[in-house]
Design a protein around this ligand. Structure first.
Ligand code: ZN
Length: 370
């Protein structure tokens, strides 16, 4: 299987600000760890420098006035109603290069899709992508431009059937909304329940509308769910539905903010459950465009996406982190010196209650979908 890794040194030149949880530097950290494991010089892989997306690409989903505003604020122009576009406070600050950043991330995702759809490679990975909350006319949840929606729209224009699998801890509301009435895209999102977490949507009764009824699938997980429950939910839903749908291509969002050490959500997952799921996505994908996603303890994306890239290339990397890398990046999250997290399995009554809740969600979903 030929693979492609899409990366630009420019990713890390952007900053949402010192107190913002999304640190583009995590992308450089991931790249450096993958490189230290010698996984960027494999015989069947290509390392691709992305080109920024054109406005025309962004307009596949976004409203022209929103894109113009994004450009204006990026150029330092004071836009009076920027807040009505979700810009300029809290989650979505107007930082230097915000339009450039969004275009580069989206361009990288489009290149991944182009390489895979043309058959040049079977799998392409853009770790900067997966900004799944972006809305047509507003920024949301750290996402200004919704690259998964743009990638899927570009594939639909070529007549492809697309399955979108999202394992980020947050519901992929932007992607769901874009294709809620379409039977050409199957969207599956497994996430922490919207009862406790942004964006407050993604319940099992959100199954699509009109022609799209049955093509939007949501698995909300209870507060504190661990690897075992996450993998159970994934196995119960994803392989049967994807097999039935028969996509030409799978687009996945591989967020790692479901991890126990993540500071902004409440699940208890680790690299162990994540690796199992990445392996399963590989099994069900005829062709695969893999995108990054959330992950706010910056060593988690580095470790998890190194493992994901290894799985994409059928390699089992050693567990000891390379010494040269540890010397260069002596961060708390690398203190164990290991690539893989320790198993983290909950038990007792708390787990039984959670298991029952997940089983109830599965029964509801089966009634509606399977
Ligand atoms: Zn997230």
């Amino acid at each position: 299987m030929k693979t492609a890794f899409i990366y630009s040194d420019d990713f890390a030149k952007f900053s949402y600000g010192p107190r913002h949880p999304l640190k583009p530097f995590r992308l450089k950290l991931t790249y450096e760890l993958i490189k230290a494991y010698c996984l960027l010089s494999l015989p069947n892989m290509r390392l691709i420098e992305p080109k920024p997306a054109e406005d025309e690409d962004l307009l596949l989903f976004h409203a022209r006035d929103y894109i113009e505003v994004l450009k204006d604020v990026d150029h330092g122009i004071d836009v009076e109603d920027a807040e009505s576009y979700g810009l300029g406070y809290g989650d979505n600050p107007v930082f230097e290069g915000v339009y450039e950043w969004s275009g580069l991330v989206t361009g990288a995702s489009l290149q991944a899709a182009e390489l895979v759809d043309s058959g040049e490679v079977g799998i392409a990975f853009n770790i900067s992508g997966g900004l799944h909350h972006g809305q047509a006319s507003r920024a949301s949840g750290f996402c200004y431009v919704n690259d998964p929606v743009i990638v899927i729209s570009s594939l639909l224009k070529r007549g492809r059937r697309v399955a979108y699998i999202d394992i980020d801890v947050h519901h992929s509301d932007g992607v769901q909304e874009a294709f809620y009435r379409s039977d050409k895209v199957l969207t599956i999102s497994i996430h922490e329940s919207g009862r406790h977490l942004f964006p407050g949507t993604g319940f099992e009764d959100e199954i699509g509308a009109g022609a799209g009824k049955g093509y939007s699938v949501n698995v909300p997980l209870p507060f504190s769910a661990d690897d075992e429950l996450f993998v159970f939910a994934f196995d119960s839903v994803v392989p049967p539905l994807v097999e039935k749908f028969r996509p030409d291509i799978v687009v996945s969002q591989l967020g790692v903010d479901s991890f126990v050490t993540d500071p902004i959500a409440h699940l208890n997952c680790t690299t162990n459950g994540f690796s199992k799921i990445v392996g399963r996505i590989k099994e069900v994908s005829p062709k695969w465009v893999a995108l990054g996603g959330g992950g706010y303890e910056i060593t988690n994306p580095a470790k998890a996406w190194t493992l994901a890239w290894a799985i994409m290339n059928d390699i089992e990397p050693p567990d000891e982190l390379p010494e040269s890398f540890l010397k260069e990046y002596p961060l708390e999250g690398f203190r164990s010196g290991r690539l893989r997290d320790k198993e983290y399995v909950l038990g007792g009554i708390e787990k039984e209650t959670m298991r029952k809740e997940v089983e109830k969600v599965m029964i509801n979903l089966r009634k509606r979908l399977l």
